[in-house]
Every structure is written in structure tokens, then in C-alpha cells.
Design a protein around this ligand. Structure first.
Ligand code: NAD
Length: 307
């Protein structure tokens, strides 16, 4: 399959390498000049759990430079960047192109519907992880999985099969929206709270009131889920959080929001806690914990960006 990865950052590069290794024709699209130059000149370095590293040569270019037609475009920008990416790659999207978004957070499908037909959209959630070490280099840990669903009335089996040739552990979901909300629930707890408490995930797990704070956030999200007709299973989300804080799981990892703050970048908060607060306002309900967390993260973004 001819596949473009729009957003060839930490996760896009990992997925891109796996797809290329399985024989797909992969092209990366990114706007970060130093990253493109490093990959083009020296290859993409992938560091693995065991300390070994390997180089892969994948064509990566800017949206302006890319040309041609693709069977599948996998969108892996940060959520606030999705709209601009879709504008930038408009010229390579044909009626037959399928677009799969794997970015975290809520609102991605609405953004895509502004640019392409609903029948072209696939939405997913992924448990694959990756970290950018420096331009041209990523660090990968463990394995992962993807749940995806076609948003229109289209069979997604061919895409699932293509991704599974690359051992991406993809399953077709009957209710991807619920899975997206589930992951957004986890991220709405672990991302902002590790930033605000200056802790990695395991350290957050040692906070005496860490689980109470998690419940404060999740109970508000459940209220909105009930109003939107989406089942938010707090027990299941808490089970995942309790598992992730174990050092042998994601415990020693700093979530991406923490890394974005440290890098002076804008975070995905408006597509997590901020999105739930916005939905709350639309329903005439205040979500005090989620609203406060959103405002504190915006304040932290400003402080770090002006340092
Ligand atoms: P990242 O910042 O490393 O990668 C995004 C890339 O997109 C960057 O290299 C950036 O230069 C590029 N980009 C953005 N807008 C662009 C544009 N208009 N034109 C060209 N290039 C553009 O982010 P990431 O960590 O790979 O995460 C991507 C998404 O996946 C996020 O929503 C994140 O929450 C989610 N996610 C990440 C992980 C992970 O472990 N990294 C795990 C699960 C989900």
C-alpha cells in the first residue's frame, strides 16, 4: 500500500518504520527542517529498549514538496496541529484516499470532517509509544496496539490488514468513540497532573491523594459522557491508571504533555480537560476540576515559553 505519514515525529516515525519494514511504500511528511535533514542525510535512528539502535532510510519531506497519490494517509501531528496539516496536504488527498487519525484527544473527527468526506475518515486510538531524542532519532519502548473504526459507512478491513502486515496489532472497533474517550480520560488525569506536580507517572502514583484527584477529574468527564450518550467507565479508566503508575509499566515515563511543557511547546490540554469543560459549558454544566486544570496548564505553558 502507498502510505503517507503526516506528522513524522516520535510516533509517526515509529509507525512509518514498521510499515516500511512490512513492504509498504512509506513517505513521511513533516515541517521540522532539522529532522528532515538528519533523516535524509543519515537515516532515522531508532533506539530500542535493549539499548541497541538501527538506522532506517525513509523519504521525508515537507507538505509543499510532497506530490502524488496515496491509498492511506496516517495523521500523527499533535492534536492542535491537525487542522493546519490537513490544509497543507490538501493537494495529495483524492476521493480514494483514506485518512486515519491516531492523534490523542477529542475533536479530531470534527476537524477532519471540515476537510474530507466522512467516508474517507478512519479514527483510532493507539497504545504504541515513542519519544523524540533529537532530530532524526527516536526511542521506542515495548509494543502496542491500535483500535480503529471507519467513521462513514465504509469497510476498513483492507486498512486493518495492511497495518497488521506490519504487526501493529490492529483490531476493528465497533465503538471507537468510547475507546477515544477512555484514553482521553486517562490522559486528562496523567498528562496535566504530572506537569502540575512535576512528577513522572510512578511518582504521581505515590501521591497520597493522587487517586482522589483522578476521580475528581473523571467523575466530571462521566457527567458529560452521560449527556453525550457516551459510556465512560470510571472503574476501567482507574484500573488502567493504577496499572500505568507501576514502575514496570509506564511508571518511569513522563507523559507527552510534560515533555511539551519542558520544550516550551503548546500542549494538547484544550483537546483533553479543556474539551470536556467546553462540552460542559455547552450543556450548561460547570466542570470546576477540569476547568482549573486547563487554566493552570495554560499558565504553565506561558511561564515555560517566556523562560
Ligand atoms: P510529535 O510532536 O513528536 O510529532 C508531530 C510531528 O508533526 C512533528 O514532528 C511536527 O513537526 C509535525 N507537524 C505538525 N504540524 C505539521 C504541519 N502542518 N506540517 C508539517 N509537519 C507538521 O508528536 P508525537 O509524540 O509523535 O504525537 C503525535 C500524536 O500521537 C499526539 O496526538 C500524541 O498525543 C499521540 N500519541 C503519542 C504517543 C507517543 O508515545 N509519542 C503515544 C500515543 C499517542
Amino acid at each position: 500500500m502507498k502510505i503517507a505519514i503526516a506528522g513524522f515525529g516520535a510516533l509517526g516515525a515509529r509507525v512509518g518504520v514498521m510499515l516500511q519494514q512490512a513492504g509498504h511504500e512509506v513517505t513521511g511528511i513533516d515541517g521540522w527542517a532539522a529532522h528532515i535533514a538528519a533523516i535524509t542525510n543519515d537515516g532515522l535512528t531508532v533506539r530500542q529498549d535493549d539499548g541497541t539502535s538501527k538506522k532506517f532510510f525513509i523519504p521525508v519531506m515537507t507538505a509543499k514538496e510532497i506530490d502524488g497519490q496515496f491509498d492511506l494517509i496516517i495523521l500523527l501531528t499533535k492534536t492542535p496541529q491537525l487542522d493546519t496539516m490537513l490544509i497543507d496536504i490538501k493537494h495529495i488527498i483524492t476521493k480514494n484516499t483514506k485518512l486515519l487519525v491516531l492523534s490523542n484527544g477529542l475533536g479530531n473527527i470534527e476537524v477532519m470532517e471540515r476537510h474530507v468526506n466522512r467516508n474517507q475518515i478512519l479514527a483510532g486510538v493507539t497504545l504504541w509509544t515513542s519519544e523524540l531524542v533529537k532530530p532524526g532519532e527516536i526511542r521506542t519502548t515495548g509494543s502496542g496496539s491500535i483500535k480503529l473504526q471507519s467513521i462513514g459507512n465504509v469497510d476498513a478491513t483492507a486498512v486493518v490488514d495492511a497495518l497488521n502486515q506490519a504487526e501493529l496489532n490492529v483490531t476493528l472497533s465497533q465503538n471507537v468513540i468510547e475507546a477515544i474517550w477512555h484514553k482521553a480520560g486517562i490522559n486528562s488525569v496523567l498528562n496535566p497532573l504530572t506537569v502540575l506536580l512535576d512528577a513522572n507517572i510512578a511518582e504521581f502514583g505515590t501521591a497520597g491523594n493522587g487517586m482522589d484527584l483522578s476521580l475528581n477529574i473523571l467523575e466530571e468527564i462521566k457527567k458529560i459522557g452521560d449527556l453525550e450518550g457516551i459510556n465512560v467507565n470510571i472503574n476501567e479508566i482507574m484500573k488502567d491508571i493504577v496499572s500505568l503508575v507501576r514502575p514496570e509499566n509506564a511508571g518511569n515515563h513522563y507523559p507527552s504533555m510534560y515533555q511539551d511543557i519542558k520544550a516550551g511547546k503548546r500542549t494538547e490540554i484544550d483537546f483533553l480537560n479543556g474539551y470536556f469543560s467546553k462540552l460542559g459549558s455547552e450543556h450548561g454544566i460547570e466542570l470546576p476540576f477540569n476547568s482549573l486544570v486547563t487554566r493552570l496548564i495554560h499558565a504553565k505553558e506561558d511561564i515555560e515559553r517566556t523562560k
